[in-house]
Ligand binder design. Structure first.
Ligand code: EPS
Length: 389
């Protein structure tokens, strides 16, 4: 079923992040700059911590790409951690004569305690290094390749921030998708609503001064998606389920909605479902609304795919919560590491990447193709079939 296989490896303060992506057809034009733009967007946003001043994330294609085109072989991607230079001893793969200062006071809300118990590690750094959202840089690199594939068949994926803390943006409700995309791109917080963005900055500033953190909601929109990706026939083929899993797997995401999402549960059916019309000129079905978020029965219906992710506030708090030392079992405040105050804008870029991976996988499942030429021919054949339906 799944046509794309990928894994990431690497710790937050290790030498580099590595990803291997297999299943991308040969002949896709691919430049590091395609991916680097997204990596740079993931780094920005008011509320990011000191680490982002150290890093300048850039991808190296260590396999699968030659002279600006994919070869059909596994694509190996690496992103260096510049900060590793400050961690060479503590993160050394070789044994040390003396144990480095361990992390023993788990942060409530982070993977520290659960991971420490599961993997039997009493230096919680052994857990937090991999649980860290630094790993999302590798996901964004993989997503960048998938976005290039999707672009070649007319699918665009973008994201914008809907809320941070209790500040909710509304401007996106009344603007065209292209304008929404452009405004979100030009905003430091990936928010298309300038008034809300100013209030979001104030809220982040206030949280930082209080030693606290803030979460929020981002929305990912995919345009140009043909009807027929995913399937209603089996639970694990349903595209809504696959998107939800992908978004939920992003660090700190606690909720996912598609279309109206939770809002659909509280109103009548006539206010939820999207009426069907037929456009004679364009030989295609049309919908005056898109409350379904482009998915019905786990299948894309030709409308833009709209999914949202809710991010909890970051677990590393200056104003630390109560915790217990895992070695002495004494009560302490949780450990504090340099961290972000708010990373919702960054998470929106990661959301974009994860949606791109799921859509690219679904495209390859439906249209296959060892080369891009073959894939495009198959898509065109299907488009012809849709016109004749
Ligand atoms: C980072 C995400 C956050 C940052 C990390 C870089 O990870 P975490 O989920 O562990 O809070 O804190 O930076 C550091 C660990 C650091 O040394 O500042 C990212 O998205 O790149």
């Amino acid at each position: 079923m799944s046509r794309l296989r990928w894994v990431t490896a690497g710790e937050s303060h290790g030498p580099e992040l590595t990803a291997v992506l297999e299943g991308i057809p040969a002949g896709l034009r691919l430049l590091a700059s395609d991916v680097n733009e997204d990596l740079a967007r993931r780094q920005r946003g008011y509320g990011r911590g000191g680490r982002m001043k150290i890093e300048t994330d850039a991808v190296l294609f260590a396999g699968g790409v030659r002279n600006g085109e994919t070869l059909g072989s596994p694509i190996a991607l690496t992103v260096k951690n510049r900060d590793y230079a400050n961690w060479t001893t503590r993160m050394a793969p070789e044994p040390l004569a003396e144990e480095p200062e361990p992390v023993t006071r788990p942060r409530p809300g982070h993977a520290d305690l659960a991971g420490g118990l599961k993997y039997n590690r009493k230096d919680l750094r052994d857990v937090l290094e991999r649980a860290s959202a630094r790993e999302t840089a590798a996901r964004v690199a993989v997503g960048g390749v998938c976005k290039a594939l999707l672009r070649s068949i007319g699918i665009d994926v973008f994201a914008h921030v809907v809320s941070i803390g209790d500040v909710i943006a509304t401007a996106h409700e009344s603007i065209e998708l292209q304008a929404l995309r452009a405004s979100a791109r030009s905003s430091d917080l990936a928010c298309a609503d300038a008034n809300a963005e100013a209030k979001m900055r104030e809220a982040i500033h206030a949280a930082a001064h209080a030693g606290d953190t803030l979460g929020g909601v981002f929305e990912v929109i995919a345009t140009g998606v043909m009807p027929g990706l995913g399937s209603h026939v089996m639970w694990d083929r349903k595209l809504d389920g696959r998107l939800a899993q992908a978004l939920m797997s992003i660090q700190a995401i606690k909720g996912v909605e598609i279309g109206l999402g939770f809002g659909a549960a509280g109103v009548r059916g006539s206010q939820v479902h999207d009426a069907i019309f037929y456009d004679e000129q364009r030989h295609q079905f049309s919908r005056p609304t898109n409350r379904a978020g482009g998915l019905e029965g786990g299948i894309t219906n030709g409308e833009p795919v709209v999914v949202r992710g809710a991010m909890k506030p970051i677990a590393t708090l200056k104003k630390a919560l109560a915790s217990v030392d895992v070695r002495s079992k004494q009560a302490y405040e949780a450990a504090h590491e340099r961290s972000d105050i708010c990373a919702v804008a960054a998470a929106s870029v990661v959301g974009e990447a994860m949606v791109a991976v799921v859509l690219a996988d679904a495209v390859l499942e439906k249209f296959a193709g060892d080369s891009l030429t073959e894939l495009i021919r198959n898509v065109e054949g299907y488009n012809k079939q849709l016109m004749e339906y």
